[in-house]
Design a protein around this ligand. Structure first.
Ligand code: NAP
Length: 308
C-alpha cells in the first residue's frame, strides 16, 4: 500500500466536493479528491437542471458535473476513483483508506452527500429523470398542466406536494398509512389545497411507461388490491439518508447528518470540514452545496495557514 501526505483530501464528488476542489486547487493546496466509484453525486441521476445560475438554457445534470470536474482538474486536483473504506480522525495527520491506498491529510473536507430514499419497485430506476423524480424544486416545472403523484406522508412530501400544485393540474398524495407523519401546520396547508387529492393506505408497487411515466400500479396496504392509476409523473418524497456511515462514532452527527458549527463548515474534529447535503437536510440544492464547498475550502485554507 502506498502512503501520501496531503494538505487537503476531499471525500465525495458532487457540487460541494468539486467546488471545494476548485477553490483548494486554485489556492495551491494540491487537493486529492476521492470521488467514489459512482462519481458526481445526485445530479448524475437528473436530466435537465434549469435553476443553476449561469446556464440560461439549462444544462443536463451529468454535463454540469462533468464541467465542474474538468474545472477542478484544470487547477491541479488529483482524482482517485475509488470508495473510502475507513477514516481515522483520532490523530493528525488524518488517515483515509481506500481499497488499495492510504492517504494522510492535514485537513479533510467531507462532501459525501445524501441519497434520496427510493421505493425499489419495477420501473422506478428506468424512468428516473423521465417522470420519476426525487426533487420537486428541480423538476416540478417540467410537469406544468399535468396530473402527478407524490409519494410520502412527511413534511417533505407535504412541502413538495404544495409546491407542485403551482404547476400541476392535480396532485395525488399516495401514503402507505391512513394518517400523515408531517407536522400539523404542513398537514393543514396541504389539506386546504384543493389541487391535492389523497390515496390513503396505498403504496406504489410499479411505475410504467414507454420512455416516460404513463402511470403506476397502486397496492392497497389493507386489502392488497392492485389498481391502475394513470399519471404523468411520480415525485418520491420518502426521505433522504445522508451518507455518513463511515463517520459514525468519529464525528458528531445529528439525525445522521454531520453537525457543523453554525455559519462555518467546521465539524466536531478540528481540521475536518463538511459541506453539502451531508450537513444539510433543509435546502439540498446544487447551488447551496456548491456554496458550502467554497466555504469548506476557505475554512481549510485558513486552518492550514494558522499552522495547527
Ligand atoms: P420523514 O419525516 O422520514 O417522512 C418520510 C415519509 O415517507 C413518511 O410518511 C413515511 O411513511 C414515508 N415512507 C418512508 N419509506 C417509505 C416507503 N418505502 N414507501 C412508502 N412510504 C414511505 O422524511 P421527510 O419528510 O423527508 O422529513 C425529514 C426531516 O426533515 C423531518 O424531520 C422533517 O420534519 C424535516 N423537514 C422539514 C420541513 C419543513 O419544516 N419545511 C420540510 C421538509 C422536511 P410513515 O409515516 O408510514 O413512516
Amino acid at each position: 500500500m502506498s502512503e501520501d501526505l496531503r494538505k487537503v483530501a476531499i471525500i465525495g464528488s458532487g457540487p460541494a466536493g468539486l467546488t471545494a476542489a476548485i477553490y483548494a486547487a486554485r489556492g495551491d493546496l494540491h487537493p486529492i479528491m476521492i470521488e467514489g466509484t459512482l462519481a458526481g453525486g445526485q445530479l448524475m441521476l437528473t436530466t435537465e437542471v434549469e435553476n443553476y445560475p449561469g446556464f440560461i438554457d439549462g444544462i443536463m445534470g451529468p454535463d454540469l458535473m462533468g464541467a465542474m470536474r474538468k474545472q477542478a482538474e484544470r487547477f491541479g486536483t488529483e482524482f482517485l476513483t475509488d470508495n473510502v473504506t475507513e477514516v481515522d480522525f483520532s490523530e493528525r495527520p488524518f488517515t483515509i483508506r481506500t481499497s488499495d491506498r492510504v492517504i494522510k491529510a492535514e485537513t479533510v473536507i467531507i462532501s459525501t452527500g445524501a441519497s434520496a430514499r427510493m421505493l425499489n419497485v419495477p420501473g422506478e430506476k428506468e424512468l428516473l429523470g423521465h417522470g420519476v423524480s426525487t426533487c420537486a424544486t428541480c423538476d416540478g416545472f417540467f410537469f406544468r398542466d399535468k396530473d402527478l403523484i407524490i409519494v410520502g406522508g412527511g413534511d417533505s412530501a407535504m412541502e413538495e406536494a404544495t409546491f407542485l400544485t403551482k404547476f400541476a393540474t392535480l396532485g395525488t398524495v399516495v401514503h402507505r398509512r391512513d394518517s400523515l407523519r408531517a407536522s400539523k401546520i404542513m398537514q393543514d396547508r396541504a389539506f386546504a389545497n384543493d389541487k391535492l387529492e389523497w390515496k390513503w393506505n396505498s403504496t406504489v408497487s410499479e411505475v410504467y411507461g414507454n420512455g416516460k411515466v404513463e402511470g403506476v400500479k397502486l397496492t392497497d396496504t389493507v386489502t392488497g388490491e392492485v389498481t391502475d392509476f394513470p399519471t404523468g409523473a411520480v415525485f418520491i418524497a420518502i426521505g433522504h439518508d445522508p451518507n455518513t456511515k463511515l463517520f459514525e462514532g468519529k464525528l458528531e452527527l445529528a439525525g445522521g447528518y454531520i453537525v457543523t458549527k453554525p455559519g462555518t463548515s467546521e465539524t466536531s474534529v478540528p481540521g475536518v470540514f463538511a459541506a453539502g447535503d451531508v450537513v444539510d437536510s433543509r435546502y439540498r440544492q446544487a447551488i447551496t452545496a456548491a456554496g458550502m464547498g467554497c466555504m469548506a475550502a476557505i475554512d481549510a485554507e485558513r486552518w492550514l495557514e494558522a499552522a495547527h
